[in-house]
Design a protein around this ligand. Structure first.
Ligand SMILES: NC(=O)c1ccc[n+]([C@@H]2O[C@H](COP(=O)([O-])OP(=O)(O)OC[C@H]3O[C@@H](n4cnc5c(N)ncnc54)[C@H](O)[C@@H]3O)[C@@H](O)[C@H]2O)c1
Length: 256
């Protein structure tokens, strides 16, 4: 455990998958958590399940790629929870397709969620951290934010952008005592994104997660909890000299 008792966190995309595991871990660490997710019903169920711990967990719904939704939802969470210490920009989508063939709407959709969404949320939450001279941000990048991978060009482009935004923001807010890092997961199973991606890969005749995991140095896929514990470390005081970093959590699939 990393000693986050009493801190207030916002996690986007925490209805399912990695975001849910992050919210769960932060609650176990003693945080109150606000969830922003497109899926209102699952977000509500997740918040209800996590509140059984005794911590305050609230959810709001909205499309993170729509600025008005973000303003309404994130302001509501900040009003409910009070000053935010931890922001985890996790919501993301991953359309598969070759750059030369992908429909333009998929290109714009993935930038809308993975890049614009992160931009909108960050600009609402970080000013309060600057005022209080305290806070930590973790952005969800990907090993595909460090390597351009065939069939994932649009997604990779958004995750390279996440790495760049992480480094730039770290440079802008470090003087206020705010740290900004990213996590770059590898092949993570038990998420909705992975299930959808597997369906897509099967249809396109691409190798599936089970086979790909056999080539990973640690010989297993990652699980949402692997990412959640890295996020908990990065937002904790144990990581207080780490900023602007993108930490690969990939079992060795990617290691820079
Ligand atoms: N699963 C992996 O292998 C993997 C690998 C590398 C990086 N990541 C990153 O981890 C993050 C979480 O992915 P996951 O695998 O848990 O996916 P997931 O699909 O299980 O969860 C994503 C969450 O984001 C929410 N969301 C999607 N679009 C949204 C929108 N427009 N507005 C608000 N909420 C929205 C979904 O409802 C869901 O709760 C993403 O940023 C993803 O790119 C995942």
């Amino acid at each position: 455990m990393y000693g986050l008792e009493g801190r207030k966190a916002i996690v986007t995309g925490a209805a399912y998958g990695i975001g849910r595991a992050i919210a769960e871990r932060l609650v176990a660490e003693g945080c109150d958590v606000g969830i922003f997710d497109k899926d209102a019903e699952t977000g509500r169920q997740t918040a209800e399940a996590l509140s059984k711990s005794g911590r305050k967990v609230v959810s709001v719904s909205g499309d993170i790629s729509v600025k008005e939704d973000v303003e309404k939802g994130i302001n509501a969470l900040m009003a409910e929870l009070g000053p935010i210490d931890i922001l985890v920009n996790n919501a993301g989508i991953c359309p598969i397709g070759k750059l030369l063939e992908m429909p333009e709407r998929d290109w714009h959709a993935v930038f809308g969620v993975n890049v614009n969404g992160m931009f909108y949320v960050t600009r609402l939450v970080v000013p309060g951290m600057i005022e209080r001279r305290r806070g930590a941000v973790v952005n969800l990048a990907s090993w595909m934010g460090k390597s351009g991978v065939a069939n994932y060009g649009a997604y990779c482009a958004t995750k390279f952008a996440v790495v760049a935004m992480t480094q730039a923001l770290a440079g802008e807010v470090g003087e206020y005592g705010i740290r900004v890092n990213a996590v770059a997961p590898g092949l993570i199973v038990q998420t909705r994104m992975r299930d959808e991606s597997e369906r897509d890969r099967r249809a396109k005749g691409l190798p599936l997660a089970e086979d790909r995991a056999k080539t990973i140095p640690l010989r297993r896929p990652g699980y949402p909890a692997d990412i959640a514990r890295t996020v908990a470390f990065l937002v904790s005081d144990e990581a207080d000299y780490i900023t602007g970093e993108t930490v690969s959590v990939t079992g060795g699939l990617w290691n820079d």
